[in-house]
Design a protein around this ligand. Structure first.
Ligand code: NAD
Ligand code: MN
Length: 359
């Protein structure tokens, strides 16, 4: 039997609530499939750890994670710790330390969940956003000078490299090629940002020649928000920079019903290091401890993790169970239901146990 070592890092806010739900579903799947075993190690890193130790994780944290096959991550963010501390103290060092350069964000309207877009039904919105996850404005370059003085300056330098852009473009074209429509939209802002973004456009055209069966087009990011909202059917696979795709994928999550259903995989496609799977949403401290966090994003990202680990059947069974449950109306308040996290989780586990689909 195949066995996988998983590092669970629930971290802050609703992170522990949704990760507990995700682990419960994974355990039900492990029993139902009988073909794999997950060896879970829990890490208490995050804002509580920071309050005790002055850092979000131990100095050898990245080194310790290296031994795992995948990381199952909740969310960071606390009302009393600056956001840049929690983000740069835990989540970004993992993404960067393991060169998880492809951030893959599938979005679709699940059965029983209503899009805020009038008349848009399941099937009308079925996208995968590929977010470049190692460069751009999030590369950590920049600085502040003359702090507190009238002439203070702050810079956030967007770094784009030929290696970095080429590899994410190849990843996106390949992903587009694997989907039925074989269609990719490359998003930039190359009218205003005339260096790195023009390089994106040029590299897109070069890489496109390697994928003659993929149709592609280009969009400026501002116009892209309009197209996503007014013509969701016209999109399929999307690739954009770290910053642009961060923003577009929150919009995508909202258009698909809620941030509470949107998953993400931070992938090292070369498999040199563990990849990390997490819901897109943050720690949501407005609903922490109320028992109403939507666990669907975490189930979906658990399915992404199983797919990545080489258990596509378990991934399909999990998503089928999730869709059965949302379709039956058992959903949390963020998508209009009245169920609790526990009720949705129990229903998904029950659907997994009773699942007879041929996967
Ligand atoms: P958020 O995603 O935590 O919440 C935005 C809104 O969506 C809130 O009203 C919240 O209640 C709701 N929501 C989010 N997830 C939900 C779920 N599973 N079920 C039901 N409702 C859900 O974003 P925010 O409020 O801007 O940020 C809160 C904290 O999270 C901040 O500290 C921020 O820095 C952090 N954050 C972390 C990550 C991450 O860890 N990857 C991502 C985004 C924000
Ligand atoms: Mn974000």
């Amino acid at each position: 039997m195949q066995s996988y070592k998983i590092a669970a890092i629930p971290a802050d806010g609703i992170g522990p609530e949704v990760i507990a739900a995700g682990l419960q579903a994974l355990e039900a799947l492990e029993r139902r499939e009988g073909t794999f075993k997950l060896d879970i190690t829990h890490f208490d890193w995050g804002s509580d750890y920071y309050r005790r130790n002055g850092a979000m994780m131990p100095a050898d944290g990245i080194e310790r994670l290296k031994a795992f096959d995948a990381i199952f991550f909740g969310a960071v963010g606390a009302p009393d710790v600056p956001d840049h501390v929690t983000l740069w103290g835990l989540r970004l060092p993992i993404c960067q330390g393991f060169d998880q350069y492809a951030n893959v964000r599938p979005t679709k309207i699940l059965p029983g969940i209503v899009s805020p877009l009038a008349g848009v039904k399941p099937g009308d919105l079925d996208w995968v956003i590929v977010r470049e996850n190692s460069e751009g404005e999030y590369s950590g370059h920049g600085g502040r000078a003359h702090r507190g003085l009238p002439e203070e300056v702050g810079t956030e330098v967007a770094i784009f490299t030929r290696v970095g852009v080429t590899r994410i473009m190849r990843y996106a074209f390949k992903l587009a090629q694997s989907r039925p429509r074989k269609f990719l939209t490359v998003v930039t802002k190359s009218n205003a940002q005339r260096h790195g973004m023009v390089m994106w456009d040029e590299i897109a055209a070069e890489v496109a020649r390697e994928f003659p069966d993929v149709t592609w087009d280009k969009m400026l990011v501002d116009a892209m928000t309009v197209r996503m909202t007014l013509k969701p059917q016209s999109l399929d696979t999307i690739v954009a920079t770290n910053l642009h795709a961060d923003i577009l994928s929150d919009l995508a999550g909202a258009l698909a019903g809620s941030l509470g259903v949107a998953p993400t995989g931070n992938i090292d496609p070369e498999r040199r290091f563990p990849s990390m799977f997490e819901p897109i949403h943050g720690s949501a401290f407005d609903i922490t401890g109320k028992g109403i966090a939507n666990p669907v994003a975490t189930f979906w990202t658990a399915a992404q993790m199983l797919e990545h680990l080489g258990q596509p059947n378990a991934a399909k069974r999990l998503m089928h169970a999730v869709e059965t449950v949302t379709g039956s109306g058992v959903t949390t308040p963020d998508v209009g239901g009245t169920a609790t996290t526990r009720q949705v989780t129990d229903a998904v586990c029950e659907a997994i146990r009773g699942s007879n689909i041929v996967v």
